[in-house]
Design a protein around this ligand. Structure first.
Ligand code: LLP
Length: 417
């Protein structure tokens, strides 16, 4: 459930007509519902009410400060994958002791920044990274908290581009190797072993792959215990899916029950890194119809947002529902909804029956809160769009629309030209 509903024939974001937002802020614009963000965070949190746990919201899904602050206010931590994400999270007021740092390519300066910020732990993704963190921490006279990201070789049954827990993926360390690395880490002066981690993929619509990887990691935890290495944190990653079209992912409460029953005998502190599950259906991208054209074989609806604003359809063939902001069109038409970018892959909707949008009509692309703005670019020199957060009957711009001046910021024409 989210807070983008019709009242009469008008689409509302909470108590605000979406049309009014566009009248004030322009189009295209991302619109987030604060109530939905809060509700989704709480649903996830409540699912683990009985057990010690920390929700480290995965910043990459939507790194806008207003969104981060919403979860931080609710007691959430963050999962980061870069120095830039750490900077944002700290600026938004994140508690460093609730920060976990994943990613296969941590750079020296990022590791130093994270150590100086006293984050909770690094999710280590390779043998060499472990050595590097140890060297840097030792030099700085610090101890780096770590978990090893174990690649459990479990198929999450999702899109290949967002499958991360299979052996052929670049992520994590294999089970066999991980045990050796923990033993090595035990002797390292700059390392404090805190936990174990996995993240097997995104947009999972079943619980089994999560449970399968937990079972595999429990074996590792058992072996380590015998070797005198005890772990406090069990980071299960993110990945719980949402409904874009007709997917039926488990509710956080059902997911919670299964995870709790699979882990309760361990008595460990659980860490989660949800992204999409809490922000995905809390945001829409609103765009305007510029032109329409009919061809014998096809109709095209040209809009003012493109693959640079919402890349998911072009990149993964993803489905985003589309709804009119004012529901007054004359029936449906089979069409592609396309952007202004000079690429045939620039579509937001492909071969689908959609309302017969006319020039000037506004439409909302649903479920765009996760990996929407965060993956947007300025390709074709199109300034990135504005973002708005709605709360009840009010709304605020939480990111200004970029200008053409922003586009050339930092560029220099060399002296020899
Ligand atoms: N933790 C780690 C280490 C991750 O790599 C990810 C996502 C998450 C947590 C959060 O996963 P979530 O709960 O959102 O599924 N751009 C793609 C999704 C890429 C996911 C990358 N990693 C998309 O638009 O579908």
């Amino acid at each position: 459930m989210h807070h983008f509903q019709y009242k009469g024939n008008e689409l509302f974001a909470e108590e605000v007509p979406v049309r009014e937002i566009v009248a004030k802020v322009g189009s295209p614009v991302y619109v987030y519902s604060h109530a939905t963000l809060e509700r989704h965070y709480r649903a996830f949190d409540d699912a683990f009410a009985g057990v010690p746990h920390t929700i480290c919201y995965s910043v990459k899904a939507n790194s806008t400060m207003a969104v981060l602050k919403t979860f931080i206010n609710l007691g959430g931590g963050v999962d980061i994958v870069s120095g830039g994400e750490l900077y944002r999270a700290l600026k938004a007021g994140a508690d460093p002791q609730k920060v976990v740092y994943s990613g296969v390519g941590k750079k020296d300066d990022e590791i130093e920044y994270a150590l100086n910020s006293n984050i909770l732990m690094f999710n280590v993704e390779s043998e060499q990274e472990l050595d590097r963190i140890n060297q840097i921490a030792t030099r700085m006279g610090k101890k780096a908290g770590i978990a090893i990201r174990v690649n459990p070789d479990v198929d999450p049954q999702t899109h290949p581009y967002i499958t991360t827990g299979l052996k052929n993926a670049k992520f994590g360390i294999t089970i066999e190797r991980a045990i050796e690395e923990y033993k090595r880490a035990k002797g390292m002066a700059g390392i404090e072993i805190l936990g174990i981690d996995c993240h097997i993929g995104s947009q999972l619509t079943k619980v089994n792959p999560f449970v399968d990887s937990i079972i595999k990691l429990k074996k590792v935890i058992g072996i380590l215990k015998e070797a005198g290495i005890s772990l406090k944190y069990f980071d299960i990653g993110g990945g719980l899916g949402i409904t874009y079209n007709n997917e039926e992912p488990p509710l956080p409460s059902d997911y919670g029950k299964e995870i709790i029953s699979a882990t309760k005998d361990l008595g460990m502190h659980l860490v989660f890194e949800p992204g999409r599950n809490i922000v995905g259906n809390a945001g829409v991208l609103v765009a305007k119809c510029l032109y329409t054209k009919q061809r014998d074989e096809k109709n095209f609806i040209m809009i003012d947002a493109g693959m640079n604003d919402l890349a998911r359809p072009a990149l993964y063939g993803s489905f985003h529902g589309v709804q009119p902001v004012v529901n007054d069109q004359d029936g449906l038409v089979m069409a592609d909804i396309v952007g202004p970018i000079c690429e045939s892959g620039d579509f937001l909707v492909k071969d689908r029956e959609v309302p017969m949008f006319r020039q000037g009509d506004l439409m909302a692309f649903m479920s765009a809160g996760a990996y929407g703005f965060a993956m947007s670019s300025t390709y074709n020199s199109r300034p990135r769009v504005a973002e708005v957060m709605v709360k009840g009957n009010s709304f605020e711009v939480v990111r200004e629309r970029e200008t053409v001046e922003d586009l050339i910021k930092g560029e220099r024409v060399p002296s020899f030209l």
